[in-house]
Design a protein around this ligand. Sequence first.
Ligand code: B12
Ligand code: SF4
Length: 474
Amino acid sequence: MSADVVLINPPYENIAKGQNCVKHIVNSSPSLGLLLLAGQLRQDGYEVAILECDIEHISIDEAVRRTLELRPKVAGITLFTVGVQNGALIAEGLKKADEKLPVIVGGPHVSSMGVETMERFTAFDLAVLHEGEAIITEIVQNYERGASQHNVPGVLYRQGEEVAQTPSVKNPADLDELPLPAWDLLPNFPQNYPLAIFGYPKGPVATFSASRGCPFKCSFCDTTTFGKKIRYYSPEKVFAIMRHLQERYGVRHLQFVDDLFVANRKRITQLCDLIIDSGFTMSWSCTARVDTITPEVLGRMKRAGCWEISYGLESGSERMLENMRKATTAEQAERAVNWTHEAGIRCKGLFMLGYPGEDEESIAVTKAFVRRLPMTTMNMTKFTPYPGTPVYKELYGTAIRKQDWERMNGMNFIYEPDSVDMRTLDREYEAILTGFYKRGQVVRDYLQLAWHNPLHLWRLVKMLGCRVRQRVGI
Ligand code: B12
Ligand code: SF4
């Protein structure tokens, strides 16, 4: 076996030491970015392989070995902040074995911290600063020819000891023209790539992003890769992709991972009408802002198979929402959650604890807010100032907090607000989540989900079994 290009999603298990049993219940979605790049390269005549390290349980050494076995012309690594360290270890392993193999990187971390990342990790030869489809083939061709990369827009490359940057950006002009994500390259797709436990009614599942970009300015959110201008796939194309996933792979539930799926109500209504009029059945979930939905749209979405909507509710405190520049109010949030509930769509509330300005009073307000909203599920992240977010610059200026990169996964408090300490934050975090998940209605709902799809139960049993084995040391 060989491949011209090997694309790697590095493992990031080192951020959750001793927690590896959660692998049975977490979201195992593959990187859509790598799938799209693979689709593009294949369309341009290259053989491609993808290594999804966490999902396929591939260690750093094994990723290096497997890549070298395929004898590629170029290796590409996708980087979230939390994965940079392991991505760099893979790159170093590759370079040690074959100094001439070009290693290129891209992804959300690179879009916001490209220069610093290239300076810190010399095993990376080139970094793509935004979307990759329109330039990936040119980069590979340049390496094949031994040509310089200085004509490729929007990249960082090495010029002797210096990191040079090329001007402008070349993002895909028309998303409909992009090749399909190369799902067929993934071993045992879609069975091996479930969403988080209880996050779908019936598998197998897949993910897709029907738009790119978000015009809002929430100060904790990193929108560097896709920018502020929102671009869409047409409703017809989205519908065709849904059909393709069902007909070719037997997918029964689709999760839209757009930053803002319900950005344009007209477009969503068109998509829903296409689904309803054709009699096509597939459940799906998506994201929306609390100020972009209406009862009418929700009704249409329900009829078209919408199963769950995730809302970034963030906090119950108006003061905190203002601090975050969320541009919505707690009242709007409450109304949206109630409308969603009334439409018969599940509602997932996404919260954040420990943002600058958080204090015991705002935590108490959020607690009460969580208690009274009819959400079916909720998630809370520990506030993390990701590089590329406005709040990162406000907190740290332009200083790079390198020591935190490996902990930037939303599961660690790495910033302490002035008026509440980390111990209180940790305690309240546990209290809010446990309080929610102990609610009778929530427990009944999960039991019902497990009854309809015993695979959820099976995943839970596997996780508990893993924990027991770990405890008794077998
Ligand atoms: C779906 C999703 C997930 C899924 C799937 C992740 C995955 N492997 O892709 C799951 C649920 C598993 C997940 C987990 C996490 N996620 Co997430 N996730 C997303 C989301 C909503 C969409 C990603 C997506 O599919 N985008 C569409 C594709 C097409 O874009 P893309 O992957 O970025 O790829 C393009 C470019 O970046 C570039 N590119 C990417 N890789 C490469 C590689 C090469 C070689 C080249 C040339 C180019 C290139 O070209 C691609 C095509 O244009 C984004 C939000 C966003 N706007 O991206 C957050 C986001 C990426 N996630 C984020 C975070 C923080 C996390 C977690 C740490 C959260 C947590 N608490 O667990 C984990 C870490 C997972 C990990 N592997 O490290 C942050 C990342 C910020 C950062 N600087 O790290 C984002 C940006 C959300 C945000 N706004 O803050 N996530
Ligand atoms: S949190 Fe949501 S609405 Fe706000 S900028 Fe990010 S993607 Fe856009």
